[in-house]
Design a protein around this ligand. Structure first.
Ligand SMILES: [Zn+2]
Length: 446
């Protein structure tokens, strides 16, 4: 499983496999996984029984998976709280667990995710495929800005070693050290969040360092949506003179599960043999066909996990998918994340993702810095127009008379939503070395 590849595709026999052949393999793996769950996971056994599936045979084949109940993150959290340490969904014996990761707990108590040795090896394999797609290679010097600590990024770091990249970890929260590494070691690749890439460009320029002169060839971004937004991506690419490819994972399923190749036509699915993907309507939960251009929420089922196998796990990631073959040779599903369904606002029936506004605003560079803050005036998802948006001017920038109106018009034309753009001075909005919050409710006005 850890054999290394020198080509552009980490595991060609899986990633270039015909979809029909993949499906046949997945069907067999799925039957084994469901039988394993029914036998070893009291949580899943009870849920399936409550949904009318007395045993594994009643659950049927992979084609019938859409009849099984979803698993929500809150259920996993409740299962963990009710039977600590790992919850009733844990299907492995305690002495099989070799690694436990935690989520950051931004929406509740942290969740602890147990992995067996086989689970961990699987994660590293999937992540290796994903990061190879984004351009990492054996021998290529790369700087990473992720913390290995309690979070799943630790497994990403194992994947960099598995690929054979020359990895220089600098961690999160030390831009000074990162800038030194970029100048002294001259890495060819940088791994960071898209908002940190944006921040780093400004930081370097503010100190008289030209980001495009550092010799970076590839920036592999992950951790939040945005790396694939055309204008936002173009701005980062122009700043650094490097190609930006994005990766995406989900802690409960696999740390880096999707990776975009050099053709930048969406992130390739990298979990072949290990994970089954579905697309569902985020509101009704109804299954959607995996067709070119389809939009919806990703739902994941593990096919070979031991410790805490997700079954129809709702990701809350709202994506568009593509199925047409890619010029790189991979035949896997491709996706772009439009946003988290949790961050979505609904303005007079129109779904609005903060990252979509950021992409429109990025098109107004160099007049603006690209930083922005959406300030909903009502609690909850539903908002009345106009939605207030603070947009930051570029460094030394002076607002042209009609700039705010032009941005409002562009957002309205592209996203069918009315906003009220308020231009604010450079560096007045928050920046982050990890993920930047794009929405801050402004509720005292009501
Ligand atoms: Zn490709």
């Amino acid at each position: 499983m850890t054999e290394q590849r020198s080509g552009f595709i980490f595991r060609p026999e899986v990633e270039t496999r015909a979809p029909a052949e993949q499906n046949a393999r997945d069907r067999a793996a799925y039957r084994r996984q469901i039988a394993y769950l029914v036998e070893h996971s009291p949580f899943h056994r009870a849920k399936l029984r409550a949904a009318g599936f007395a045993g594994a045979d009643a659950a049927g084949d992979l084609e019938r998976i859409t009849q099984l109940p979803f698993t929500e993150k809150d259920e996993i959290r409740a299962s963990q709280a009710a039977s600590p340490p790992f919850g009733d969904h844990c299907a492995a014996a305690p002495d099989q667990i070799v690694r436990v990761y935690s989520t950051s707990g931004t929406t509740g108590e942290p969740c602890y995710m147990p992995l067996t040795a086989k689970d961990l090896a699987m994660w590293i394999e999937i992540s290796s495929r994903s990061y190879t797609a984004t351009g990492l290679r054996r021998g290529l010097r790369m700087v990473s800005t992720y913390n290995a600590g309690p979070f799943v990024a630790g497994a990403a770091i194992d994947a960099f070693g598995n690929i054979g990249a020359c990895h220089i970890p600098v961690g999160t929260g030390n831009t000074e050290r990162l800038a030194k590494a970029l100048q002294l070691i001259r890495p060819e690749a940088l791994v960071c969040t898209p908002s940190y890439a944006q921040y780093l460009g400004e930081w370097l320029r503010g100190r008289g360092i030209d980001p495009a002169g550092l010799g970076l060839k590839r920036i592999s971004v992950a951790g939040e949506p945005g790396g694939g937004e055309p204008a936002f991506r173009a701005a980062i690419e122009a700043t650094f003179g490097a190609k930006v490819c994005e990766a995406m994972g989900i802690g409960d399923v696999a740390i880096s599960l999707w990776g975009e190749c050099e053709h930048q036509q969406g992130m390739h699915f990298c979990g072949g043999d290990f994970v089954h993907v579905e697309l569902v309507d985020p509101v009704s939960g109804e299954a959607l066909a995996l067709e070119e251009g389809a939009e919806g929420e990703l739902v994941y089922t593990a096919l070979q996990r031991e410790a805490a196998p997700p079954l129809r796990f709702r990701s809350r990631d709202h994506v568009v998918i593509w199925t047409a073959p890619c010029a790189c040779g991979r035949r896997t599903l491709r996706t772009r994340c439009i946003g988290r369904t949790d961050d979505m606002l609904i303005v007079r029936g129109v779904n609005l993702f903060p990252t979509a506004i950021r992409d429109v605003v990025a098109g107004f560079r160099p007049a603006v810095s690209g930083a922005l803050l959406i300030k909903p005036t009502a609690a909850g998802t539903r908002q009345e127009p106009p939605v207030p948006v603070d947009v930051e001017l570029a460094e030394g920038g002076v607002a042209q008379a009609d700039l705010a109106e032009r941005i409002e018009a562009a957002i309205r034309a592209k996203l069918v939503v009315t906003t009220r753009v308020n231009l604010v001075p450079f560096a007045s909005l928050p920046r982050s070395e990890y993920k930047t919050k794009l929405v801050k409710p402004n509720l005292d006005k009501h």
